[in-house]
Design a protein around this ligand. Structure first.
Ligand code: HPA
Length: 272
């Protein structure tokens, strides 16, 4: 089906379910980071499976719901579970929820993910504010431009909002939470990186690597949203220690452990 029609139908359905609720902030919860949804008050849970035309998330550690409600006194819409290119969806489906959120009035997008750490000094459980990204996945804007959302050639010199980044750093300092900053590199996955790929990604300027976020951030910027992103470092690559490997379950456990800190920072940002 025509993507514009899919977006419109899904947005119309969501608006109908939401009634008077008008969230201005969308939150995408990455692998193992779904706990934030439990803190949403007066929660309205809308399973993706009930939304016309919506894909169903198949990734481990991801549920498939929109959760609309109040967080830190603000109306938010959270995605418990996202869609990944490696699941076989094309990029217009991976980013469909972002456009749907835009149509229902969302102006700010918080994106989170679990990522492999490459920057020297990164440890499992660290939080990284995403200051920039390198997309090694297909661009989600390929194809006819959806002029009603944004321009054919959108500017990407300020992908992540500087004001929100500064606010998050300040909040983290006040809360006594250590945060790192860095560049997130997105690959398609689903295989994790080889040692040579990690070395390559580090050399081209990557600090953390994962399989999401970049397509969503591009589409969000295309339609004029402010984007704030955070990675939870769930495994670290160190040269010469390849025997440790990268394991899906370890990634999820590490993300769950660090999620409290990330949630605290998101909540502080919502209060601004
Ligand atoms: N690589 C890619 N994706 C990931 C990783 C990683 O090391 N950790 C969590 N998601």
């Amino acid at each position: 089906m025509d993507i514009s029609v899919l977006i419109k139908d899904a947005a119309t359905y969501l608006s109908g379910r939401m009634g008077d609720r008008k969230p201005d902030t969308g939150i995408i919860l990455g692998s193992g980071l779904g706990d934030l949804a439990d803190q949403i008050e007066d929660a309205l849970v809308i399973p993706y499976s009930e939304i016309p035309g919506f894909p169903v998330s198949t990734a481990i550690g991801h549920k498939g719901n929109f959760i609309v409600g109040k967080l830190a006194g603000r109306e938010v819409i959270a995605m418990q579970g996202r869609f990944h290119f490696y699941e076989g969806y094309d990029m217009s489906m991976v980013t469909l929820p972002v456009r749907v959120m835009s149509v229902i009035g969302v102006k700010n997008l918080f994106v989170s993910n679990a990522a492999g750490g490459m920057q020297d000094g990164f440890e499992v459980g660290d939080l990284m504010i995403i200051t920039d990204h390198i997309g090694l996945t297909p661009n989600p804007l390929i194809g006819p431009n959806l002029d009603e959302f944004g321009p054919r050639f959108p500017d990407m010199t300020r992908p992540y909002d500087l004001q929100m980044t500064a606010q998050a750093e300040k909040a983290a300092a006040e809360l006594g939470i250590e945060v790192k900053k860095g560049v997130y590199v997105a690959l398609t996955g689903p295989s994790y990186e080889t040692p040579a790929e990690y070395r390559f990604l580090k050399r081209i300027g990557g600090d953390a690597v994962g399989m999401s976020t970049v397509p969503e951030a591009i589409v969000a910027r295309h339609c004029g949203m402010r984007v704030f992103g955070m990675s939870v470092i769930t495994d670290v690559y160190r040269e010469g220690s390849e025997e440790n490997g990268t394991d899906e379950q370890e990634v999820i456990v590490a993300a769950q452990k660090a999620s409290k800190k990330m949630i605290a920072i998101f909540m502080a940002l919502l209060q601004n």
